[in-house]
Design a protein around this ligand. Structure first.
Ligand SMILES: *Cc1c(COP(=O)(O)O)cnc(C)c1O
Length: 403
C-alpha cells in the first residue's frame, strides 16, 4: 500500500487540497433573463429615471411587506438618511443604536448633525438589548434605530414600548430582513419607518437602491420630498399636468432610484418567496449539522420569529479551539469558502474612536461577539453541493483545530 498522496483531511492552508476548486462567496445576486428583459425595455422607453416604474415598484413593495407607503431611494444608506431626516433628527438630538451593524446605520444620525448613542446587544441574537436601550435614554433622545442583524428581527415589541412611553421615533434598519416576520407581522409594517437595501448581496437587488416603508402619510410625504431636492412635486406629474411651476420646500438631495433599477426590482420582488424559502432551507441544513460540532455556535432563533437569513453568522467557542477566529477564517478561505466577518462594531472604527473617544471595552457583548463571529456563505443561488462544501470545510477545519 502506498501512502504517498496527501490525506484529504490535510487543510489547504497546510498544503492539502481545498474542499472545492472555485471560490464560493458569502453572498451573491441572481439575475435571470426576465430581469434583463425588463431592464432592456426601460432602456428603450421614454423614461430612464423617475417614470412609471418607480410607482409600480413602490406599490408592489408596499403590498409585499404589508405597509401603506413605500418610498424608494438610490441606496439603503440614502434611505437611512431620509428616515433620520423625517424623524426630525437635528443637532443636539441623540439616537440610540447598535454597534453590531454596518457603519451606515450610525452614520445617518451624523448626517443630520445628531449624535449616535450606542447600546449593547443581547447575547443570543446580537440585536439591541432593550434594557440597554432604556439605560441610554436621556432628555436628548429622539429616536431608536434598531437593526435586524443577519435577518433576525430586533426585539421590536420591547423597543416600541420604550419609544411610545417617551414619544420617540423607531427606525428599523431591515437591510438584512426583507421577508422576515415578527410575532406574525411582516417586517416593514411594524416600526415607524423601516429601511431596506437593494445592494447585490441583499435579498433583492436594483444594482444600488433602497426603500423606506411607513404607515405614516406625513413621513411618506417628507421622504418623497427629501429624495427629490426637497421639491414638492415630480417632473412627470408636472409634465402630465402641463405645468412648469414647482416649489422647493425643504433642503433635500437627489436620492432618486431610476426606472432602470425599479424595473429590475419589480422582477426581483416576484422571486422573493422562492429566495426566502431557499435561504431557510440552507439555514435549517447548516443548523442541524453545526449543532453537533461543539466548537461551533449556530445563530439563535427566538420563538415567534421567522428570520430572512441575509447572513448565517456562526460564533466560535474559542475555549474549545487551539486557533483564534483569524486562523479559522484563513483556513476556510484557503478551502475556497468565502467566509466573512459581520461586523467590526461601529464604535471601534477609527472615525468613531477619534470623534467620540471610544477605546474598546465599552460594549462587552458586541465586542465578544465580534471576536468569535464568522459569516458562512448564504444566498438563494447556492446549490446543494455548495452547501455540502461549506459543511465539509467547516467540519474539516474545526476538527483540525479542536482541543
Ligand atoms: C447594506 C446595509 C446598509 C446600506 O445599504 P446600501 O444599499 O449599501 O447603502 C445599511 N445597513 C445595513 C445593516 C446593511 O446591511
Amino acid at each position: 500500500m502506498t501512502t504517498t498522496s496527501a490525506s484529504p483531511q490535510v487543510l489547504a492552508i497546510h498544503g492539502g487540497s481545498p474542499v472545492r476548486p472555485t471560490f464560493l462567496p458569502y453572498g451573491r445576486q441572481s439575475v435571470d433573463e426576465a430581469d434583463i428583459q425588463a431592464v432592456v425595455e426601460v432602456l428603450r422607453s421614454d423614461w430612464l429615471t423617475t417614470g412609471p416604474k418607480v410607482a409600480e415598484f413602490e406599490e408592489a413593495f408596499a403590498a409585499r411587506v404589508g405597509v401603506a407607503h413605500a418610498v424608494s431611494f438610490s441606496s439603503g444608506t440614502a434611505a437611512l438618511h431620509g428616515a433620520a431626516f423625517a424623524a426630525g433628527l437635528k443637532p443636539g438630538d441623540e439616537a440610540i443604536t447598535t454597534p453590531m451593524t454596518f457603519a451606515a446605520t450610525a452614520n445617518c444620525v451624523l448626517y443630520q448633525g445628531a449624535t449616535p448613542v450606542f447600546a449593547d446587544v443581547s447575547t443570543d441574537t446580537l440585536n439591541l438589548d432593550p434594557e440597554e436601550v432604556a439605560r441610554k435614554i436621556s432628555p436628548k433622545t429622539r429616536a431608536i434605530l434598531a437593526v435586524d442583524y443577519a435577518g433576525h428581527p430586533a426585539d421590536l415589541t420591547a423597543i416600541l414600548e420604550i419609544a411610545r412611553r417617551r414619544g420617540l421615533v423607531v427606525i428599523e434598519d431591515a437591510c438584512h430582513a426583507l421577508g422576515a416576520e415578527y410575532g406574525g407581522q411582516r417586517v416593514g409594517s411594524i416600526a415607524d419607518m423601516t429601511v431596506f437595501s437593494f445592494h447585490p448581496v441583499k435579498h433583492i437587488t436594483t444594482g444600488e437602491g433602497g426603500m423606506v416603508a411607513t404607515n405614516d402619510p406625513q413621513f411618506a410625504e417628507t421622504l418623497r420630498r427629501f429624495r427629490n431636492h426637497g421639491i414638492s412635486s415630480e417632473a412627470r406629474q408636472r409634465q402630465s399636468a402641463g405645468q412648469w411651476h414647482y416649489e422647493m420646500v425643504l433642503l433635500g438631495f437627489n436620492y432618486r432610484l431610476p426606472d432602470i433599477g425599479c424595473a429590475l426590482g419589480i422582477q426581483q420582488l416576484r422571486k422573493l418567496d422562492a429566495n426566502l424559502a431557499r435561504r431557510r432551507e440552507i439555514a435549517a441544513c447548516y443548523t442541524a449539522t453545526f449543532r453537533q460540532i461543539p466548537a461551533v455556535i449556530p445563530p439563535a432563533v427566538r420563538a415567534d420569529v421567522n428570520p430572512a437569513w441575509h447572513l448565517y453568522p456562526i460564533r466560535l467557542d474559542l475555549e474549545k479551539l487551539t486557533a483564534d477566529r483569524g486562523e479559522v477564517f484563513r483556513a476556510l478561505r484557503a478551502e475556497n469558502i468565502g467566509v466573512n466577518v459581520h461586523y467590526i462594531p461601529v464604535h471601534l472604527h477609527p472615525y468613531y474612536r477619534e470623534r467620540f473617544g471610544y477605546k474598546g471595552g465599552e460594549f462587552a457583548v458586541a465586542e465578544d461577539g465580534y471576536a468569535r463571529l464568522m459569516s458562512l456563505p448564504m444566498f438563494h443561488g447556492m446549490s446543494d453541493p455548495d452547501v455540502e462544501d461549506v459543511i465539509h470545510a467547516v467540519t474539516k477545519v474545526i476538527a483540525c483545530f479542536a482541543r
